[in-house]
Design a binder for this molecule. Sequence first.
Ligand code: UD1
Length: 329
Amino acid sequence: MSSILVTGGAGYIGSHVVRQLGERGESVHVLDNLSTGFRSAVLHGTLVVGDTADTALVSKLLESRRIESVLHFAAHVVVPESVADPLKYYRNNTCATRNLIECCVRAGVRHVIFSSTAAVYGIPPGGVASEDTPTVPINPYGLSKLMSEWMLRDAATAHPLRFVALRYFNVAGADPGGRIGQSTPQATHLIKAACEHAVGKRNHVAIFGTDYDTPDGTGVRDYIHVEDLAAAHLQALDYLRKGGTSTTLNCGYGEGLSVREVLDEVARASGRELKITEAPRRAGDPPQLVAEADRIREVLSWEPRHRDLAGIVGSALAWEQRLLRQPMT
Ligand code: UD1
């Protein structure tokens, strides 16, 4: 059977994909430097602790494990941090991806599935982005990923390599089986922060910006369940294995929810009144970012199965409660 290398497979999204790949019997090898990932989150396959930027290690792995497909998750993902420390993002996201692509080309890897982001769109007209919307990132994180997309596109034109770049919107929720979830300490993203507050780990949750030109003045995003996102990766792999041409696809539900709507759901699901503070806008945040997500359904026949906010928040909350009882190691 053809083998798969998953970079960042001990991280939040990568570990959910590894679990789904393992459940369908794929041969999986994980490469993760454990900077934000956890050994115990890797539920299938073998784990090699190392860095994606380590060209010698990556080349050795690709050859010795006869890797046919690479799923590349390893990256930094925090928008405000990328504004404060842009070179960290260009090093770890852009430069490391360049090295990885070069290793893939040399080793004859046939397929790459790349974790891209809705942040490549910046502030799209009307707050809604299709894959054809111009890419004008407004933060270094988005640009670091866009440059990676471009390198992949050019490499795939020059070499016999095909790719799917998946532009994630806002990923949230956890494994419905309760085994893995978003475990990063000091996480900045909304649903995690709100759930941490709901279980008593934080004393409040802040709304960053209440004066946006949106229905309730708070930021609007397209929240997608990590299980649906993980399934899209498996379908992208099937698509490439069947000979599909390189493509870039939005991963979202096409439905915008405001910060206040999300916080209302966390309060409802937890049965607790949240202590909410109003803070200024956060650097690098667009007012609204929602997917036009028809292409992924057409190209991959992807059908979301966890499409309601209650399910996303419920699983995220259950995961926070589990972390309280049993922290990740
Ligand atoms: C997230 C992802 C990013 C991805 C992008 C695509 C993370 C850490 N970042 O960024 O990788 O490319 O989606 O859209 O997952 N907010 C608050 N209070 C908080 C936290 C957030 O009000 O404590 C607000 C933000 O201002 C924003 C919304 O909630 O309006 C979502 O923020 P966040 O969950 O941090 O995700 P993004 O910055 O959109």
